[in-house]
Design a protein around this ligand. Sequence first.
Ligand code: SF4
Ligand code: SF4
Length: 224
Amino acid sequence: MITAERKPMAEIRAMLAPYRKILVVGCGSCVAECASGGEKEVGLLASALRMDAKIEGRTIEVREMTIDRQCVYEFIDQLTGIADRYEIILSLGCGAGVQAVAEVFPKMLVIPALNTTFIGETKEPGLWVENCRACGDCKLGYFAAVCPVTRCAKGLFNGPCGGSKNGVCEVDPDSPCAWQLIIERLENAGRSDLLEAIYPPADWSRQQGKGPKKIVREDQRSEG
Ligand code: SF4
Ligand code: SF4
């Protein structure tokens, strides 16, 4: 999932300061799972904005809406006929969601309430951990489903740095050594042979320096 954290209230207040009619839009997918942009968080943020206005003696109108996915136009269409009644949309989607909403309503100002942080997994309630940097050339098949790009602090592809102690990374004492995990899992699976291969550095040209990445699937385009 994409994870995100709410921006500081001072920043949100400053961006909204010129506006009185605000549509607050949540997303029911990734950011709901990481408790930053779902229906509950929309309600809390909208209440905070109303309380601010009341304390300052300002009149504002704040409407709350949460759609299933802010990055898919079909879901964003649920805002049609509603969005244009407001001066601004405060989006609690990830960066992709904010921009997709702005694509659908190009005459409206859409601003983010969240800082999008990383692709990761829910480890336990209240703890999300990054596990993929979308490098565009997934190597998990060689590394026992432990991403060395993300989970090794040094991004090593050809064995550990030698600094781990008791299975813990020397750089980040809160994280297990990715290479300890890779070696243990490959041994358990009887595939230590994969450790013999030499892996070239990640090809970051797949990821950077060419503008936005695109996936084009003609089979999907022809459907519907
Ligand atoms: S190798 Fe790591 S960063 Fe690259 S796609 Fe796979 S999980 Fe993501
Ligand atoms: S201790 Fe392990 S995870 Fe940390 S940098 Fe070294 S090899 Fe990578």
